[in-house]
Design a protein. Structure first.
Length: 139
């Protein structure tokens, strides 16, 4: 959880990830990133900064810099958002998905028609997400 009044420090997350992969037995070809709301933004940003580090990402009700989305062309991405989100507009996810589709990216997009900002409950209760993650491996 990012502390109140602060933003994600991508370099701090990189340091943490290095500590975890150095300390524990981690299959480095199967590192996945997901996050919701501000964490959804962080998911996009972390993957754009380190695209070769992850096997797949699943941002939930987030957004990112669509001009940089092409960096993720070869990374499996599954995006989730509530159509009635009144905190993070659906447009944020739509722009990222459209940018990835334009460059032939490997992207899936799930919009929950009745969900507001809490699109994560349905997302994280969906066993298909975990099956999808486990089917992804970095080459």
């Amino acid at each position: 959880q990012c502390p109140d009044g602060q933003w994600w420090s991508i370099s701090d997350l990189d340091v943490l990830l290095n500590e975890i992969t150095d300390e524990y037995k981690v299959d480095k070809k199967r590192i996945y990133v997901t996050g919701l709301s501000m964490g959804g933004f962080g998911t996009w940003e972390l993957a754009i900064k380190y695209p070769d580090r992850f096997a797949a990402i699943a941002p939930v009700c987030g957004g990112g810099n669509s001009r940089l989305a092409g960096i993720l062309k070869d990374l499996p991405v599954w995006v989730f958002h509530g159509a009635k989100d009144n905190v993070v507009p659906l447009k944020n996810s739509e722009e990222m998905v459209e940018a990835l589709e334009k460059v032939g990216g490997n992207v899936k997009f799930t919009v929950y028609p009745d969900a507001t900002h809490d699109s994560w409950t349905e997302t994280y209760n969906n066993p298909e997400l975990y099956e999808w993650f486990l089917n992804q491996s970095r080459k």
